[in-house]
Design a protein around this ligand. Structure first.
Ligand code: ATP
Ligand code: MG
Length: 394
């Protein structure tokens, strides 16, 4: 018999009647990821636990375990060993499967669950038997019912018994797709991959938009953004990156607008274009990696001016976070090393020497008055290149 993976479901079990949809979404997301883990897995949910069961020798359980730790909606993940429904087979499975944990712990307890009521011992009797045997077999271990170093879990189900040790933390959050769809503005920096990850964690499925200023920014800079999207896919699932040709807009702004407004106007164009992409793909919100006060275009007044070009809600999940906090998450989700690669960003190329810190909406509109805003947006949207990023393609 093979090892099986258990996902403990989090918040979503609180969702009352909607719970079934949450479980279905989580299982669907899990099944998609498992397609990349060798053979076929069976995925099903019972009593707030999703079971991921390998059905063929070709199943890569290690890879599946790593993949399941990145499924939003699960608060805990553990590997479990299946064995025969016989008390001594269970004892042998515990001793073999949990050998390193049993050696490291000083105190332990055994918790049993019996969903197969035909099994001759009840949960308490089984726990007493296994606890007694383990206590005897490992002189360094003492039973502790309240704060044990190690809890040995044994579950007797219809088809087999399962043993496992402590549960590792899962990704938390809500299953991707439950909250709808949003367009995330992905630059090559540290903040926007973190912002994207945070909103995917709240159950949004993402479409990425990247503004590309060739030849001011290089092919490598674009590839870096595609790599960042690839690094997010273990959490978000496959992604489409809409690469928007942005050079013409930037050149037009430089030609015909006051320099101090350059950044804020450019960001207004980004929002307009992202909103059009949202409209095309059926997304209902925009996401940015803006953090209050971090740079000139991220003052409250500037955010008011950029947000004013669209009716869509704009989610800025890192708005109240310090750089340190954002960096900590970016390290955790493995995007940091790629984010700090030194390629030019479309914003840094054209940065004005003295950007307007507190622009007003009226000033922005006046500065844009001579532009064919609609025509510029339409041309950019028509030039979009859609790049598909499969799961784990970094
Ligand atoms: P980041 O680390 O995410 O690049 P930042 O601190 O460099 O953020 P800005 O460059 O002002 O800040 O960008 C603010 C936000 O605008 C970004 O987080 C991102 O959501 C969006 N953005 C900026 N440049 C681009 C771009 N070239 N393509 C797509 N989105 C962008
Ligand atoms: Mg940036």
């Amino acid at each position: 018999m093979n090892d099986i993976i258990l996902l403990k479901l989090g918040e979503l079990v609180l969702k009352g009647l909607n719970r079934h949809n949450f479980e279905e979404q989580l299982m669907q997301n899990a099944r998609r990821r498992l397609q990349h883990c060798g053979g076929k897995f069976k995925v099903y949910t019972k009593q707030s636990i999703t079971y991921v069961e390998p059905t063929e020798d070709s199943c890569d359980v290690d890879a599946a375990f790593e993949a399941m730790k990145k499924i939003f909606g699960a608060v805990g993940v553990c590997r479990s060993r299946a064995c025969e429904k016989d008390k001594d087979a269970m004892l042998a499975a515990v001793r073999e499967f949990l050998a390193p944990q049993l050696a490291a712990a000083k105190t332990f307890k055994v918790e049993c669950k019996r969903s197969d009521k035909t099994f001759p011992l009840n949960s308490i009797q089984l726990a007493q038997y296994l606890g007694g045997e383990l206590d005897e077999a490992y002189p360094h271990l003492t039973a502790d019912m309240h704060h044990p170093d190690l809890t040995v879990y044994v579950e007797v189900r219809d088809d087999a018994a399962f043993v496992h040790g402590d549960v590792e933390p899962g990704a938390g959050g809500l299953p991707v797709g439950m909250g709808g769809r949003a367009v995330s503005l992905l630059s090559g920096g540290i903040d926007s991959p973190v912002a994207s990850w945070m909103m995917a964690k709240r159950g949004l499925s993402l479409e990425m938009v990247h503004f590309f200023s060739y030849p001011y920014t290089s092919e490598e800079a674009k590839q870096k953004v595609l790599d960042l999207a690839g690094l997010l896919t273990p959490w978000t699932g496959r992604l489409v990156v809409h690469v928007v040709p942005f050079t013409a807009i930037q050149e037009e702004l430089r030609r015909s607008c006051p320099e101090e407004y350059f950044t804020i106007l450019m960001r207004r164009f980004m929002m307009r274009i992202a909103a059009q992409v949202a409209n095309r793909v059926g997304a209902e919100a925009l996401i940015t990696g803006e953090s209050l006060g971090q740079v000139a275009s991220q003052t409250m007044e500037a955010m008011h001016c950029t947000g004013a070009v669209t009716d869509l809600p704009i989610f800025r999940p890192v708005v109240g976070m310090d750089k340190e906090e954002i960096v900590r998450i970016s390290r955790k989700i493995n995007t940091f090393e790629t984010s700090i690669l030194p390629y030019e960003d479309c914003c840094t190329v054209f940065t004005p020497k003295h950007p307007k810190l507190k622009p007003t909406l009226k000033q922005c509109e006046e500065a844009e008055a001579g532009l064919d805003v609609e025509g510029m947006v339409t041309a950019a949207v028509e030039g979009i290149e859609r790049v598909r990023i499969g799961w784990g393609e970094a």
